[in-house]
Design a protein around this ligand. Structure first.
Ligand code: ADP
Ligand code: MG
Length: 292
């Protein structure tokens, strides 16, 4: 690549919110055939809203929500925010949690009013030695709507379920269409449940999903795709995404994300949505065509 055309591309990229690290990133991106994206915050708005609280028999709806929201005050996860806001909107008074602990990719636990309380996905239910078999069926109707279901545990029993919905960004359907036209296979990776992931993917025409993914699994998934001969770009934003961004042929950091994600990436998108990836690909193709 000539330094001049790369400089021009870098300048044009910056004007449209695509920050290019170096010529190599541009060259590699032209050859990418597979794009891995996060569901939460990339395809969706990343601002989930509480839509349902479902107590188990013998438990009270407001109390289930109070326990859940009291615990979630200690978490910075978007799901936590949804639950706390939902409780506030419903006029539920929160207590103070003790021994709060976040369990990465699974949920949160601690004590409320001296009782052991936990909230999270089926992995967390199983970690705590509880049987989630009967619960999954109850959660499936909500998941088929694309909602995320979490289980509220109290003193060794499941006290209820909470469901949140995270709307798809307005720009996502059109961006996916463009990505397909540009020759990408689009893979959605999410820590969310498979059933929820499938419901969202089906609406958007996503080609492939990897669900129930722990942050640490993402680099391994990329390796697996690469070993099948794919050239992989990965879009991510979290501190936890840095190893995967580095493993990808091209890492794409969402500019709203962590510094370490940006350092590991070949591209940074000032605005964290897929439209930036469409622009970056067009720019890469045009620049490389110019050079050859
Ligand atoms: P993603 O970014 O794809 O949503 P995460 O790894 O952040 O994936 O979360 C994976 C799953 O773990 C969530 O779908 C949820 O079920 C559970 N989880 C994570 N953090 C929390 C939390 N603070 N409260 C409740 N559940 C949580
Ligand atoms: Mg996440």
């Amino acid at each position: 690549a000539t330094p001049m055309s790369i400089m021009t591309a870098t300048g044009r990229g910056a004007q449209m919110g695509v920050l290019i690290k170096n010529a190599e990133a541009l060259e590699r991106f032209e050859k990418v055939d597979t794009l891995i994206v996060d569901k939460t915050g990339t395809l969706t708005e990343g601002k989930p809203k509480l839509v349902a609280v479902m107590p188990e028999p013998g438990h009270d709806e407001a109390e289930v929500l109070r326990l859940a929201a009291t615990l979630e005050k200690g978490s910075e996860h978007p799901l936590a925010e949804a639950i706390v806001r939902g409780a506030e909107e419903r006029g539920v008074k929160l207590a103070e949690a003790q021994d709060f602990e976040a369990v990465t990719g699974k949920g949160v636990k601690g004590r409320v009013d001296g009782k052991a309380v936990a909230l999270g996905n089926l992995k967390l239910v199983k970690d705590l030695g509880l049987d989630g078999a009967g619960l999954s069926a109850k959660a499936d109707a909500a998941r088929d709507e694309g909602q995320t279901v979490m289980f509220v545990m109290l003193d060794g029993t499941v006290a209820g379920l909470v469901a949140v919905a995270d709307p798809v960004k307005a720009s996502t359907p059109e961006a996916i269409k463009s990505l397909h036209e540009l020759g990408f296979r689009v893979v959605m990776a999410t820590g969310d449940n498979e059933r929820t992931a499938k419901a969202v993917a089906a609406r958007l025409g996503i080609d492939e999903i990897r669900a129930d993914v722990l942050p640490a699994d993402k680099a391994r998934i990329i390796q697996e795709l690469q070993s099948q001969g794919r050239k992989v770009a990965m879009a991510g934003d979290g501190v936890n995404d840095a190893p995967a961004l580095a493993q990808a042929d091209v890492g794409i950091a969402m500019g709203t994300g962590a510094d370490v994600a940006i350092e590991s990436a070949g591209f940074t998108l000032v605005k964290g949505d897929l439209t930036g990836i469409v622009r970056a690909r067009r720019l890469a193709t045009a620049t490389m065509r110019n050079i050859r």
